[in-house]
Design a binder for this molecule. Structure first.
Ligand code: SF4
Ligand code: SF4
Ligand code: SF4
Length: 403
């Protein structure tokens, strides 16, 4: 399909307005597949009920202790709900790259966030103070092994490592809260784009929590960490119940202190989205499909690329761009010279018949199996992990465990 488009520089650039005529080839990739759809009222009520169920699971385990935390009413309830709704979303998803991402996301949440910590509870080696309950993976806990591994991978691949593929929060919002996605048209406005800085307040609170965690426990650090955990937990769940008004990704955009941390690594790390102004027809599709409210092509016109703290790397804009004007860039582009991770490349990742994709699938499944086996070995042979932590502390020459 051929398309001619008369274009102008965006208002936001502050540049004098110019017009130019471009002839570009429009590719029929996933066109129209990622626009937010409409869902019936009864389905939105079902979603609210499941949000409430996940919330009461958390409440029961942290506050009520009324039902002896069975699976249907504890912190893992949310993961089970994600698995059920995730299956529904995977079957119904029209964009093949998004479907692939959902499969990885649901598998990660099921194995790493539910099965391992539920079946094999243990505490990761860490530096500093931590409550004495099993936490793995503890990517939100400064000083743990996972935390450092995650920071390194986010630096290399971008925030999408967590916010696109491996966070229960994105899980429950993308698969359960999906029927509220169309409501994100308000956060997609330029005015809402300005509100994104609200998350830095939460980031400052998180910095305080980091400081409290690496210091020996005392009344003040314990009270602060309790306040921080409560505030994050309540805003996390409260944001689900305002999804009917602000869409499903409100927490990630405006409140999440961890997303802000990973977003900073988006800025200083290798990840970015390259933008080709010579082929962009300014159809605005990339803006309409972005649930993080990023003015994608506007930023591209201004800066020549999209390198922002907000991008969670979902790939909707890249895979939907009809002219292949957008492409991911990360550490792999430095290793594989000439590779361009545009929509066609993402499309190629989906086809199992394509060379290398079966290997990728095998490695992914194997890594989850190994993680399960590692969880079993760690918890059955080493116990909660306290012994290993103490051994590490002795080896390092300073005490690590504080409980
Ligand atoms: S922004 Fe926060 S809650 Fe959202 S996916 Fe990222 S880490 Fe999870
Ligand atoms: S970059 Fe965005 S505005 Fe430009 S052609 Fe692609 S989808 Fe359309
Ligand atoms: S800019 Fe693109 S990849 Fe980033 S969050 Fe928006 S749609 Fe997803």
């Amino acid at each position: 399909m051929q398309g001619n488009k008369k274009t102008a520089t965006p208002d936001q650039s502050g540049q004098p307005e110019t017009t130019r005529v471009r002839t570009v080839r429009i590719m029929p990739v996933y066109h129209q597949r990622s626009e937010a759809g409409r869902y019936p009222l009864w389905m939105r009520w079902v979603v609210i009920l499941f949000f409430a169920w996940a919330f009461f699971g958390w409440l029961n385990e942290t506050w009520f202790f009324a039902f002896d935390t069975p699976l249907w009413l504890n912190r893992y309830t949310e993961c089970v709900i994600i698995l059920v709704f995730g299956t529904w979303r995977i079957v119904g998803e029209k964009n093949p790259y998004t479907r692939r991402r959902l499969i990885i996301l649901v598998a990660n949440v099921t194995v790493l966030w539910w099965l391992i910590p539920w079946l094999f509870p243990f505490i990761e080696p860490y530096l500093g103070y931590l409550g004495g309950f099993p936490v793995f993976p503890s990517l939100h806990t400064p000083g743990t092994l996972t935390f450092f591994v995650v920071l390194a991978t986010v630096f290399l691949f971008g925030r999408r490592i967590i916010c696109g593929f491996n966070c229960p929060c994105v899980g429950i919002r993308e698969v359960v809260g999906f029927p509220f996605r169309h409501k994100a048209h308000v956060p997609r406005s330029m005015r809402a784009w300005g509100f994104r800085h609200g998350k830095w307040i939460w980031f400052a609170l998180y910095l305080g929590a980091m400081l409290a965690m690496i210091r020996p426990a005392n009344n003040i650090t314990t009270a602060y960490l309790g306040f921080f955990a409560l505030a994050v937990g309540l805003t996390y769940y409260a944001s689900m119940f305002v999804a009917p008004w602000i869409g499903n990704r409100g927490y990630c955009r405006f409140l999440c202190p961890f997303g802000a941390t990973f977003g900073l690594l988006n800025k200083v790390g290798l990840f970015r989205i390259d933008y080709d102004a010579s082929t962009c027809i300014q159809c605005d599709k990339c803006v309409r499909v972005c649930d993080m409210g990023i003015p994608v092509w506007h930023l591209g016109e201004q800066h020549g690329r999209i390198k922002t703290t907000e991008c969670m790397g979902c790939g909707r804009c890249v895979s939907e761009c009809p002219t292949q004007s957008l492409a991911f860039f990360d550490i792999r582009n430095l290793i594989f010279w000439g590779r361009r991770q545009d929509g066609n490349y993402l499309k190629g990742l989906v086809a199992l018949k394509q060379s290398g994709n079966r290997w990728r699938l095998a490695v992914f499944v194997l890594s989850l199996v190994l993680a399960l086996m590692g969880g079993w070995y760690y918890s059955s042979r080493i116990g909660t992990g306290a012994e290993l932590i103490n051994q590490l502390g002795t080896l390092c020459g300073f005490p690590i465990a504080k409980w």
